[in-house]
Design a protein around this ligand. Structure first.
Ligand SMILES: [Zn+2]
Length: 158
């Protein structure tokens, strides 16, 4: 697999056909990628480090007509969200994989997982909220570590 050229230590998955991950892509490359996304698109950002503006830009590119971010199959294996990450009201229409991801403050309030949601080995460091989130299929939190308050109120699991 081609490694991200943006930083020798980066483990970020390269954008399709590119030599860098989303975080290290040049401005024009990043814009081209984000502009091509549509609601329900599949995304793979394994290992990428997302700061708040980058996540906001990704979510905005996936917004459907109701204003919520809509993912197809998404993969965030080992992805890092060191800042606040808000996936509020996001729709995960296909399998969502956050295995080994690490979060600072994160909110999945109101998020809907229509298919399997995997958080195996994910690390929640500061504050994690799943208020009103719905998991329609299998959800997997084994080996996840919660070093912070986690809020599952009104969350529905199958
Ligand atoms: Zn990178």
């Amino acid at each position: 697999m081609q490694r991200c050229h943006g930083d020798p230590d980066c483990k970020g998955k390269n954008l399709p056909g590119e030599l860098s991950c989303l975080a290290h892509a040049r401005e024009a490359t990043r814009s081209r990628y984000l502009d091509a996304l549509v609601p329900g698109a599949d995304v793979n950002h394994d290992g990428t480090v997302f700061d708040d503006p980058l996540l906001t830009a990704l979510l905005r590119s996936l917004q459907d007509t109701s204003g919520r971010a809509s993912f197809g199959t998404c993969s965030f294996r080992g992805t890092q969200f060191p800042d606040g990450a808000s996936f509020e009201d996001a729709l995960f229409g296909q399998k969502a994989v956050f295995d080994g991801a690490s979060f600072g403050v994160v909110s999945f309030d109101g998020a809907a997982f229509r298919e399997d949601a995997w958080f195996e080995g994910a690390r929640f460091a500061r504050d994690a909220s799943f208020f009103g989130a719905t998991f329609a299929k299998e959800s997997q939190f084994s080996r996840a570590s919660f070093e912070c308050p986690i809020h599952f109120s009104s969350t529905s699991f199958v």
